[in-house]
Design a protein around this ligand. Structure first.
Ligand SMILES: *[C@@H]1O[C@H](CO)[C@@H](O)[C@H](O)[C@H]1NC(C)=O
Ligand SMILES: *[C@@H]1O[C@H](CO)[C@@H](O)[C@H](O)[C@H]1NC(C)=O
Ligand SMILES: *[C@@H]1O[C@H](CO)[C@@H](O)[C@H](O)[C@H]1NC(C)=O
Length: 429
């Protein structure tokens, strides 16, 4: 009797332990997440498996977002949901000093003695307060060429939003995935969970693109490794750009130092004051995935549009909203890098460091025979003077190295005979 129990225990030991060990000893070097574009909202969506039992949760990707937030009011069922207790380590990681109770039946998003943060719908610029929590998240690892084994973060930090906060998000989205510059945004949490560098890269596509967490290589079919990125410092905006924040909080968004704009290699006259971030946090240039197109402060917009109109041979036609400068495609050549139109360069820390925008990223096809300059007027006195939007990022590898505080960019992959939809998502696990 005793020996059979022992035998059973030994069996259990040998059967169960090796698999647990194997799971824990596998340390991924990088992770990969597919990102698709929603045709009606032009938002970029990622589906991340989470909770217990695991369910796919569709989220809008917010490059500058502070953390992952989800609707906890409806359908949040998980045996591993843990609210963040006041003054716990998770609360300080999230820099939350609030502490609250909830006066209805306990459920995810409603627990006593929990700390809270401000989930922010950055599309509609609406924020609410919500419980901070932890739950299981699972994601595929990668060697840079294919997805590999699925790995799990047992206590991934997230925030609870409410159902109303989903207004304005793509159909089926249950929240937003923040990739911003905070301790609890996805890049830092994954880096901490698997001890890799605080670095990630996005390669957006009009179809299915990809986000890599951790280091490269970044390999796209047919076996093209994207290296030789150009680098520019990431800048910090000292004033939060979130819809709700506490005094002294810095922005979690990614700013870079654009010092000028060239159209067809000729400088566009710009008000230099607008290009710098001032003490109140106004001005400067940021990168955003919640803006479908690049947004320029009015004087910058007008200067770029008139330079572009002057430099292009294409015939201008009636504007199609939201764009202000549209052209007939008649007589416009098409190249591997998109319509043959003047190149637009964003000049960075020196004249030889430029982010070059070719036709594929500058021109949007609105009808068979009409293309428009894919920039929109941001009005006078906007918070940020230049917001580089999703369309201008597509088919470019853009790498955010938080540890080195620098941004690396590839310019268009079309020039390297591949594109962001060419990641091979066939798992090798
Ligand atoms: C929180 O505590 C109050 C007072 O003890 C109680 O009425 C309430 O039901 C509790 N809420 C939850 C979600 O447990
Ligand atoms: C440049 O922009 C700043 C900030 O908006 C403004 O105060 C200033 O008047 C502008 N300068 C010119 C020459 O328009
Ligand atoms: C994608 O990767 C799989 C697994 O390595 C491989 O079998 C397949 O041939 C690849 N696809 C292409 C188009 O090369």
């Amino acid at each position: 009797m005793a020996s059979s129990v022992l035998h059973f225990l030994l069996l259990l030991f040998f059967v169960v332990l090796p698999t647990t060990f194997a799971q824990q000893s596998f340390r991924p070097k990088a992770l990969v997440l597919p990102v698709t574009k929603d045709a009606s909202t032009l938002q970029y969506l990622a589906t991340i498996n989470q909770r217990t039992p695991l369910v796919p949760v569709k989220l809008v990707v917010d490059l500058g977002g502070q953390f992952q937030w989800v609707d906890c009011d409806k359908g949040y069922i998980s045996s591993t949901y843990r609210p963040a207790r006041c003054r716990s380590a998770v609360c300080s990681l999230a820099r939350s000093t609030s502490c609250g109770d909830c006066f209805s039946a306990p459920r995810p998003g409603c627990n006593n003695n929990t700390c809270g943060v401000f989930p922010d719908n950055t599309v509609t610029r609406t924020a609410t307060s919500g419980e901070l929590a932890q739950d299981v998240v699972s994601i595929e690892s990668t060697d840079g060429s294919n997805p590999g084994r699925v790995v799990t973060v047992p206590r991934f930090v997230l925030a609870c939003g409410s159902t109303f906060l989903l207004d304005g998000l793509a159909n089926g989205a249950m929240g937003m995935a923040g990739l911003g510059r905070t301790n609890i945004a996805l890049p830092s949490q994954f880096a901490a969970a698997f001890s890799f560098r605080r670095k990630f890269a996005v390669c957006l596509s009009s179809g299915r693109g990809v986000v890599f967490f951790g280091d490269g290589p970044y390999v796209f079919l047919p076996g093209i490794e994207i290296s030789g990125l150009t680098y520019t410092p990431l800048l910090i905006n000292p004033v939060s750009t979130a819809s709700a924040f506490s005094q002294g909080e810095k922005s979690a968004e990614y700013f870079i130092g654009v010092t000028g704009i060239l159209v067809n290699n000729k400088p566009v006259p710009l008000n230099q004051t607008l290009l710098k971030i001032n003490r109140e946090g106004f001005g400067g240039t940021k990168i955003s995935t919640v803006n479908p197109y690049t947004v320029l402060e009015t004087s910058i917009y007008n200067a770029v549009v008139s330079a572009f109109v002057r430099e292009t041979a294409a015939k201008r036609v009636a504007a199609v909203a939201p764009f202000g400068a549209c052209f007939s495609t008649e007589g416009v050549g098409s190249t591997r890098l998109g319509p043959a139109v003047p190149e637009i360069d964003l000049v960075l820390q020196s004249n030889d460091v430029v982010w070059r925008i070719f036709g594929a990223n500058s021109m949007v096809s609105v009808r068979d025979d009409v293309i428009c300059l894919g920039f929109v007027d941001g009005g006078v006195n906007p918070r940020t003077s230049i917001v580089i939007g999703g369309y201008q990022l597509e088919d470019n590898v853009v790498q955010f190295d938080l540890a080195a505080s620098r941004l690396g960019f590839s310019s268009t992959l079309l020039g390297r005979r591949t594109n962001c939809a060419n990641f091979n998502f066939t798992s090798t696990a």
